[in-house]
Structures are given as C-alpha cells and as structure tokens.
Design a binder for this molecule. Structure first.
Ligand SMILES: [Zn+2]
Length: 324
C-alpha cells in the first residue's frame, strides 16, 4: 500500500525576507518620493544587514548578531516591516550560537512586528498583508512549539514523525548527473560527502551505496530545475514514499530529494555557494532517512535553517534511536 506523504519543505538559508526589505524600499521610493530623510535609516539599516549576512555566511555568528543589532538600532520603533525582517535574521544567527532563549525573544519580536504590519495595513498602502500574515502565523506556531521544547536533550526523537527504511544497512543512493536536472560529477561528490556523514559516525545504523540508476534506488537526489518543485523561498525539499508492512509499521520505500544549486557544475560557485549546497544535502538526507520534523536547536543539522556543516551529537543520537 503506497501512499503519498506530506512534503517537507525547507526554508534553508534562502531568505525571502530580503525580498521584503527590497520591496519595501522600492515601495517607499514609488509611494513617498518626497520623504528623502526617511531613506536615511533604511539605507543604513540595509548596509548593516548586508554586513550581517556576509558575517553569517562566513559562519561568524557573533559578528552577524552585532551587525543585525546595529541595523535594528537604526530603525524607529514603528518601522515594523524592517524590524520584522531584522529580528528574524538575528534570531537565526542567535540560534546558531546555541542561545535558545535569547533567540526565542527575537522570534517573538519578529512575530510582533509582522503582526503590527497586518494590523496597520490599512494605513500603509504598500503592505503585502498575505505575506506578513503568513509570517506572523508561522512564527506564532514556532514560538508555541519552542516553549514546549528543550534544545539540550540527548536527542530530538519527540520532534517526529520518524520513519525508517527496511534495510538501513544498504541504502542505495542515486544522484542525478544529467545537465537538465542533476549535478556535475564534482558537485555529486560534494553531495555524497555530506550524505556520508550520516553513515560514518560511531554506531550509525546507516550504510549507503552509490547507485547508477533511479530504478532500485532508495534515495534519489536531483537539482530543482523548475518552479513549484520546492516551497517558495526554500532551499530543498524531500518527499518520502512509504508503505505499511504486515506488522502495521510505516516503512519508507523511497525518498526524493530536491536541492537548489546556482548551477549544474561548480565552475562559477563560490565557497559560500558550495557550503550552502553541502549544508542542504546534509539536512535533506536527514529527512530522506526518515527524520520527519525539525530540531529546535540551531546547533543541529536538522534545525529548520541549519547553517551547520557537521552533524551534532543530537543528530547522531536521533538517527541511532530511529533505527534501534
Ligand atoms: Zn528540513
């Protein structure tokens, strides 16, 4: 009995909020061209934000937090759209340092500002209410969830649903190498390196073998090459196909992974681009192997915006337990 599963959509590291700020600036330019002074804080905040994002990409999170703080301090208290965006990016950077409670306060501040945008939309003609409302609602759910979570437990099994392959000791992995929907051999190698982290720690239940065709493979990895394959603003997506066995257990039969990449090969990719792809492959492989939810801790590869390039002890312990 094969049933389609809910897709796991990831908003990894590709921020649609940058778009929001750009849109806002554009809207201000068109709507209120006379208010030249009003641009002052916007430009300064944007400059700090960009420096923060550069620091974030270089994995210098403390510096990123400082820049985002400077950006926040440039904004008047009623610049809700900018503040929603800035608290959001600072929350991610803060989670990446493991300061869970401090990050939660930023998630809350981001939520409150998105909600303010919704509430005051009638006075602000440029507001994209649907967008702000989606963020406010998403963040409220996340804040509620975080309040029930402890990021320091030995594993995050409770963040399920967790599923499993019947034969974790021989998981066949096919990475598409066609130019249309796959990766060049050098990028395929990079993806395999990330995937193998899930096999190579002490006590890992997973063994993978490279498979040369999609037929017979358990995990199929392809490049996202068309709109709609991946949730808006996300970097990767994994769909699991599974069936219920005679004992009534939910067993995965195949996982389909889509990863975004700036190109088919690495010729024009910076180290930051490569790290992003590596990080995506590491994270999506966790889903492909059966981790159905996300860790609340920014130190884990399965955090929803995981910036990490290495599995944490909690990632490893969770995988061990899933296949016990
Ligand atoms: Zn995910």
């Amino acid at each position: 009995m094969i049933k389609p599963k809910v897709a796991i959509q990831d908003s990894l590291r590709i921020s649609r909020l940058s778009l929001a700020l750009a849109t806002l600036v554009a809207a201000l330019i068109t709507v209120q061209p006379a208010h030249a002074l009003f641009f002052g804080y916007n430009q300064q905040a944007e400059a700090y934000k960009q420096q923060g994002e550069a620091a974030q990409e270089a994995q210098n999170y403390d510096m990123a937090i400082n820049y985002f703080t400077s950006a926040i301090n440039c904004c008047p208290y009623d610049a809700a759209q900018n503040l929603a965006d800035l608290y959001y990016v600072r929350a991610i950077a803060t989670d990446a340092t493991g300061q869970y409670d401090r990050a939660t306060r930023d998630w809350q501040a981001s939520h409150d500002n998105f909600q303010k945008c919704v509430d005051q939309a009638q006075y602000n003609p440029g507001t994209n209410v649907a967008y702000d409302k989606e963020y406010a609602d998403d963040l409220q759910r996340m804040i509620n969830w975080r309040s029930t979570e402890n990021p320091n437990t030995p594993n995050y099994m409770e963040c399920g649903p967790m599923k499993r392959f019947a034969t974790p000791g021989s998981v066949r992995v096919y990475v598409d190498t066609t130019e249309q929907s796959g990766f060049s051999y050098d990028l395929r190698y990079l993806i395999f390196q990330a995937m193998y982290q899930w096999c190579s720690f002490s006590g890992s239940p997973i063994r993978m073998e490279q498979w040369s065709t999609p037929e017979g493979a358990h995990i199929i990895v392809q490049r996202a090459n068309a709109p709609g394959q991946i949730g808006f603003g996300a970097g990767g997506q994994t769909n699991n196909q599974d069936s219920v066995n005679a004992a009534g257990q939910d067993i995965m039969t195949k996982s389909f992974v889509r990863l975004t990449s700036p190109s088919y090969n690495s010729n024009n990719m910076s180290q930051v681009d490569k790290n992003k792809l590596y990080n995506l492959a590491l994270h999506e492989t966790g889903h492909a192997l059966g981790i159905g939810g996300h860790s609340p801790s920014g130190l884990d590869a399965m955090y929803f915006k995981a910036p990490v390039l290495k599995l944490s002890d909690r990632d490893k312990a969770t995988m061990r337990m899933m296949y016990q």
